[in-house]
Design a binder for this molecule. Structure first.
Ligand code: HEC
Ligand code: HEC
Ligand code: HEC
Length: 132
């Protein structure tokens, strides 16, 4: 006879272990997992750095995107000057995705892991053509 109780306990322990990175980051609310993003950079000014320092981008890129959208849509202001003096056009498709053209490997991988849903953006904004 199998010991049903032990089997169920075993399955429960397995599930908890298998999903722990997920609920751990949910519970602590920390983006402590980094999916080692590959950056495929096209012809952009200062292509080895982001539009803001990496730490800021890691924690706050959604706020920056929000600011960009508001200033473009409300004020028609499309110019962004980064702290290191590079000039960019405030554009999700034409600026962010020109450098991060590997959306699946970069944005999606991290979002999937963190269970973030940014899919709504891409019903209006053009996704980059994957070149991997
Ligand atoms: C219903 C359609 C729609 C959705 C959904 C949408 N946007 Fe937009 N967005 C627009 C339009 C229209 C503009 C204005 C485009 C312009 O004037 O160049 C805009 C402008 C922007 C801009 C500044 C200009 C540009 O071309 O990038 C940013 C940044 C932006 N949106 C980010 C986002 C993000 C991030 C999301 C998802 C959270 C999102 N948008 C979802 C329609 C949409
Ligand atoms: C000029 C090219 C370029 C542009 C434009 C650009 N990035 Fe970046 N981005 C980079 C580079 C290069 C890095 C990695 C920097 C490093 O390793 O320190 C990076 C890092 C990041 C990170 C952090 C990744 C990590 O390791 O945690 C995020 C998130 C990000 N970018 C999102 C965006 C978004 C959103 C936009 C548009 C608002 C954008 N980037 C525009 C080149 C760019
Ligand atoms: C290092 C991991 C990481 C990378 C890489 C990353 N993101 Fe995010 N992103 C997050 C996290 C975590 C959140 C949710 C933050 C929150 O809920 O406060 C988020 C939220 C967002 C949101 C807001 C979604 C919403 O509906 O609230 C947008 C838009 C977004 N990211 C766009 C991008 C784009 C575009 C890229 C690639 C250029 C990118 N992200 C790369 C981790 C990442």
């Amino acid at each position: 006879m199998y010991d049903t109780g032990k089997i169920i306990l075993g399955i429960l322990i397995f599930l908890v272990l298998a999903t722990s990175p997920f609920w751990y980051s949910k519970a602590t609310g920390q983006a402590d997992y980094l999916p080692d993003p590959v950056i495929l950079t096209k012809d952009m000014p200062g292509k080895d750095v982001c539009v803001m320092p990496t730490d800021y981008m890691r924690s706050s890129h959604m706020d920056l995107l929000n600011d960009w959208r508001n200033s473009v849509v409300r004020d028609g202001e499309r110019k962004f000057v980064s702290p290191n003096g590079h000039e960019y056009k405030k554009s999700l498709s034409n600026t962010c995705m020109n450098c991060h053209s590997n959306k699946a490997e970069f944005c999606d991988k991290c979002h999937n892991y963190m269970a973030v849903d940014d899919q709504t953006c891409w019903s209006c904004h053009v996704e980059p053509k994957e070149e991997l």
